[in-house]
Design a protein around this ligand. Structure first.
Ligand SMILES: [Zn+2]
Length: 339
């Protein structure tokens, strides 16, 4: 088959590779219904995280099981499944505590920007639906695999509550999903920090009540003004840069909580500042597997449409253009079609 390989910064190719096969008895092979490009795929694409090339790309996936290893019990060929970008056994102490993203056997999914993929730890990672979903459900189901699950975790980690106030820092795909999650979790006021008109529009659609276009100190001042000088009790940090973390800490009220899901690049903290700010923080790779059954259920009930975050759809053979469009910010998130 053909698959997506990254040879180095800016160099993505769709080329012939060996078909994936069952390597361990706990593996499953799936035929992907659709796949996509993640904001985190841009770190190596921009040369900001070193990577040994050529590397198989893709960790967001949904599709139909075609083969399972001898020890796989919970999924079978013919079933439609969604899995997390973090592979997990769902049985170790960390998984049982709700953090499959810290699974003792865990690793990150890879190789999903392809027509077929091998999913290790299939029993603990994949969630099957009762029936094959309609075709129009596929983008929404695919979003649950990472981008929605990560935005959801940001809202959970920020302790978004019914009637509360939430600020979302970052208007990338994850930030937009954070807005959707905060709305679903009942936040009454959702302030989205966004400078781009198209993203502001989508943020409103997903439930933002206020938009703050200013950044840095001006952005903080604007949020404080909107909250009568108090700040928000829930802040979702969805970027991972020093400036965005500064903004998050600047708008979080004492006793409030920051959920941070952007992989930190060049972020550091001053201990005393953290001490006197009296803010709670929880972040890291999202334990998507914990949220998947609920998220898939919300999608199937048509309560949410997270797939609206895909604003560019390309055949997978044009994957290189998909990366380019996201890198140049011509697209928020690219869905790759498989026929
Ligand atoms: Zn585990």
């Amino acid at each position: 088959m053909y698959a997506t390989l990254m040879y180095g910064p800016g160099d993505v190719r769709y080329e012939q590779v060996a078909d994936p096969k069952i390597e361990k008895p706990t593996d499953a092979i799936i035929k992907l219904s659709a796949t996509c490009i993640c904001g985190s795929d841009l770190w190596p694409y921009r040369g900001l995280s070193p990577q040994e090339g050529p590397a198989h790309m893709g960790h967001e996936y949904c599709g139909v099981v075609v083969e399972v290893g001898s020890e796989v019990k919970t999924v079978q060929p013919g079933q439609f499944v969604v899995g997390s970008f973090c592979l997990s056994d769902n049985t170790c102490p960390h998984c049982r505590f709700g953090f499959p993203s810290a699974c003792r056997q865990g690793e990150f999914m890879t190789g999903a920007q392809a027509p077929y993929a091998r999913v290790p730890l299939a029993d603990g990672t994949l969630v099957a639906t009762a029936e094959l979903p309609d075709a129009d459900m596929i983008p929404h189901m695919l979003a649950a695999s990472d981008v929605l699950g990560t935005g959801w975790y940001a809202a959970y980690a920020a302790q978004v509550r019914e009637g509360g106030t939430a600020v979302v820092v970052g208007d990338g795909a994850v930030g937009l999903m954070g807005v959707l999650a905060a709305a679903q979790l009942g936040a009454e006021r959702i302030i989205a920090m966004s400078r781009h008109a198209d993203r502001q529009k989508l943020a409103r659609e997903f439930g933002a009540t206020d938009i703050v276009a200013e950044r840095g100190a001006d952005g903080v001042a604007r949020v404080m003004e909107l909250t009568d000088g108090v700040g928000a009790e829930s802040v979702l940090e969805c970027v991972g840069m020093g400036e965005s973390m500064e903004q998050a800490m600047g708008v979080c009220r004492p006793g409030g909580t920051i959920g941070y899901v952007g992989v930190p690049h060049g972020v550091s903290f001053d201990g005393q500042r953290l001490f006197f700010k009296q803010q709670r923080m929880l972040g890291g790779p999202a334990p998507v597997r914990r949220f998947l059954p609920d998220l898939m259920d919300r999608v199937l009930k048509r309560a949410i449409q997270p797939g609206k975050v895909f604003d560019l759809v390309l055949p997978i053979a044009q994957v290189a253009e998909g990366y380019k469009a996201m890198d140049e910010r011509r697209a928020i998130k690219t869905l790759l079609k498989l026929d």
